[in-house]
Design a protein around this ligand. Structure first.
Ligand SMILES: C[S@@+](CC[C@H](N)C(=O)[O-])C[C@H]1O[C@@H](n2cnc3c(N)ncnc32)[C@H](O)[C@@H]1O
Length: 223
């Protein structure tokens, strides 16, 4: 077995096949059934592309993104914390990920995860109303959004305006069908990206098929 670095704390584990892993910041606990590997006295967690859009983006060719040790991340649409747990590995014990989730049943597991991983700060609430977490969330180095809502671009712009530092990165999962089921997905994604261009440079747009259907991940830098 051999490890090839992708970004800080993210590696390809090269064996018979290529497996994306994160270097665990919090021990050998499996969060969502992912495999745990021990290699040279360190613990790595498999990062499953069918379960996480950011992992899928790496499998689809993303090879650099500005997210690293000690960063502060605002994550919108955290669900039970699958991707949040890998973000928590990447930013390490000195980083902070503020994880917003509207559905209480999903947030239950997120809150349990935050007890095990002290760099996760769960917020049960609506990302459409950033004013409710304005006082508890600092300015951030990364804004990650995966809410799959019709008004996802408005939510992203509103939160980026308040929380994202200038020159820093937005990672935006665009679900075409959340916006309009009657229009071609590529046209929807193009139109949504157009709306962001005033305030962001678009660094990459990655179609996540076959790992995630009907989704693209857009990497942006705030101007
Ligand atoms: C596709 S899932 C997210 C999966 C998660 N990002 C992951 O990779 O582990 C979308 C989540 O966004 C949440 N959501 C939808 N609208 C929201 C809103 N307005 N504010 C906060 N969360 C929202 C949903 O409840 C759902 O859990």
């Amino acid at each position: 077995m051999e490890l090839k670095k992708v970004i800080d704390r993210v590696y390809w584990l090269l064996d018979k096949k290529r497996t994306l892993v994160t270097l665990s910041a919090y021990g050998d606990h499996s969060v969502y059934g992912e495999k745990i590997f021990k290699f040279n006295d360190k613990i790595y967690r498999e990062w499953v592309p069918y379960r996480s859009k950011l992992a899928a983006a790496f499998y689809k060719g993303l090879n650099s993104v500005d997210i690293k040790d000690s960063y502060t991340v605002l994550y919108l649409g955290a669900s039970s914390g699958t991707t949040v747990s890998h973000v928590s590995d990447i930013i390490g014990t000195m980083g902070q990920v503020y994880a917003v989730e509207i559905a209480e049943e999903m947030a239950v597991n997120l809150v349990i995860l935050a007890k095990q991983r002290k760099n996760i700060f769960p917020i049960v609430g609506d990302a459409r109303k950033p004013e409710i977490y304005l006082k508890s969330v600092p300015k951030c180095d990364v804004l990650y959004q995966d809410v799959a809502q019709r008004d996802q671009t408005d939510i992203f712009l509103k939160n980026a305006d308040i929380f994202l530092k200038k020159g820093k990165i937005g990672i935006f999962a665009v679900k075409a069908r959340s916006i309009d089921v009657t229009v071609d997905s590529r046209d929807i994604i193009r139109a949504e990206i157009q709306r962001l261009k005033d305030k962001f440079d678009v660094l990459a747009t990655i179609n996540l098929y076959p790992y995630q259907r009907d989704h693209s991940l857009v990497i942006l830098r705030k101007k």
